[in-house]
Design a protein around this ligand. Structure first.
Ligand SMILES: C[S@@+](CC[C@H](N)C(=O)[O-])C[C@H]1O[C@@H](n2cnc3c(N)ncnc32)[C@H](O)[C@@H]1O
Length: 441
């Protein structure tokens, strides 16, 4: 055991300590605390807090030390928001912008509408599931995840009992045998609809009719059950092939006044409550006029495009995932929207062609994956010169890189706002408004 006094902690709750000349990150710490570290592990962990900060809470997740999925289960939500605000203001301090504020969702627990867990056989030979321990492929059994919707936790608990009852074995990575790899649940907080996806290692799923029958006896509003086949040696949960075992293969969720169809593999924001706040903010900042042509790049199932359609003359949505685009077309239809076109294409490819043809775009909204956008995409935007850009980002570091690129293309950052879409984790969503600079006379 090693003792450390008055520790210095980063924005993500990690203290950097020196043990025998080697630096280690100790999670779940708070600035100024005295701690005891168990250094018998390959990656030492916090054993005990000797002098606690007043910001420490004690009703956080019992699995936090092992699971590693959350960074902030040990502090109050107010302090978490304070840390996230300080992180963003420090990261973007080189930009001349007003102070960055964080919009809270006021529901730090049980907010995730998407849950995914991995299976293993317990020592008592029961089918259990959980999350990978940090740095390993060892599954930490988690009975109830404090981030997931309570309904998702419930259906997973019942599924595990049913799998154990019918002796359907989890897939064993080392031996390469067994059936069930993961469970994936989507829950519509507003529609109360549940989609249950059972990920198997191959097409074979013996006993599946018994499993379905038992699941449907439960009073959990399971709208659809899907078998997803993933035989690849990967940590990505879903494979490409889906077999519908019950229902339609999709669920609906409503956000504000709109209804959305969600398929197993399509992207959908994980925080239903935060999503409305995020989109309202993005649309307000875009200041769209009824003569405007709006491009929503990386549009997913068309959610932001649909929110924008009410204010614009015309909206175009571009997205790589063909199934998401099919859903987006249906989403426009079920919401009676006639001024949107959805295109399945790589966003960079699409915008480069638009730039060559000198197409008119007045407002650009982009919401790329964690890696951010591409240099080629941003340079093409420089040719098209939309009046305003709204950049929605879930990764501040790639966002910062892209913002410099937009500045090089004559854009000025007007504001950055954080939206706490991923409470209890270090992740944070940002909405940025950029305006085209007027040419200097
Ligand atoms: C962060 S999500 C945003 C989706 C949508 N705006 C929303 O709020 O639901 C990013 C989306 O970009 C898509 N995507 C990833 N790479 C892409 C690319 N090269 N071109 C176009 N879309 C891409 C993903 O499939 C995903 O739907």
């Amino acid at each position: 055991m090693s003792e450390f006094k008055n520790i210095k902690v980063d924005y993500f709750g990690d203290a950097l300590v020196d043990i025998n000349g080697k630096a280690y990150k100790i999670h779940n710490c708070i600035n100024g605390e005295d701690i005891l570290v168990d250094d018998t592990f390959k990656y030492p962990i916090l054993e005990k807090v000797l002098k606690a900060s007043p910001n420490r809470i004690y009703d956080g997740c019992p699995y936090q030390a092992k699971c590693g999925g959350c960074n902030f289960m040990h502090i109050s939500y107010d302090y978490e928001l304070e840390l996230k605000k300080a992180y963003l203001n420090n990261l973007f301090k080189s930009f001349k912008i007003p102070e960055i504020e964080i919009i809270s969702t006021f529901q730090p627990n049980n907010y995730r509408n998407k849950s995914q867990m991995t299976y293993k056989l317990s020592k008592q030979r029961n089918v259990v599931c959980g999350f990978y321990e940090e740095y390993t492929h060892k599954v930490v059994t988690v009975k109830e995840c404090m981030l997931q919707a309570k309904q998702s936790n419930k259906v997973i608990e019942e599924l595990n009992k049913i799998l154990s009852k019918h002796k359907i074995t989890p897939y064993d990575e080392k031996r390469g045998n067994g059936i069930i790899r993961h469970v994936f649940v989507r829950y519509g907080f507003n529609t109360k609809e549940l989609m249950l996806i059972i990920v198997t290692n191959g097409e074979m799923f013996p006993g599946r009719n018994n499993v379905i029958q038992d699941l449907l006896k439960l009073d959990l509003n399971i709208k659809t059950i899907v078998q997803n086949i993933n035989s690849r040696n990967t940590s990505i949960v879903l494979g490409e092939k889906n077999k519908i075992l019950y229902g339609s293969g999709f669920i609906y969720e409503t956000v504000g006044n709109y209804k959305f169809k969600i398929s197993p593999n399509s992207f959908f924001q994980v925080n239903s409550l935060g999503m409305k706040k995020l989109y309202d903010l993005a649309i307000k900042q875009a200041n769209i006029k009824n003569t405007d042509i709006v491009l929503d790049a990386y549009c997913g199932v068309g959610t932001i495009a649909i929110f924008a359609s009410k204010f614009a003359k015309e909206v175009i949505g571009v997205e790589l995932n063909k199934q998401a685009i099919k859903d987006a077309v249906i989403n426009a239809k079920i919401n009676n929207i006639n001024n949107i076109t959805f295109i399945a294409d790589d966003a960079t490819n699409y915008i480069t062609h638009q730039a060559k043809e000198r197409k008119k775009i007045d407002v650009l909204i982009i919401d790329p994956p964690r890696d951010g956008s591409t240099k080629q995409f941003i340079n093409a935007v420089g040719f098209l010169k939309p009046r305003t850009i709204i950049y929605v980002s879930c990764e501040p570091t790639t966002l910062k890189r892209d913002l410099y690129q937009f500045i090089d293309n004559d854009y000025e950052i007007k504001s950055i706002t954080g939206v706490d879409m991923f409470s209890r984790t270090k992740h944070i969503e940002c909405v940025i408004r950029l305006d085209l600079q007027q040419p200097k006379k």
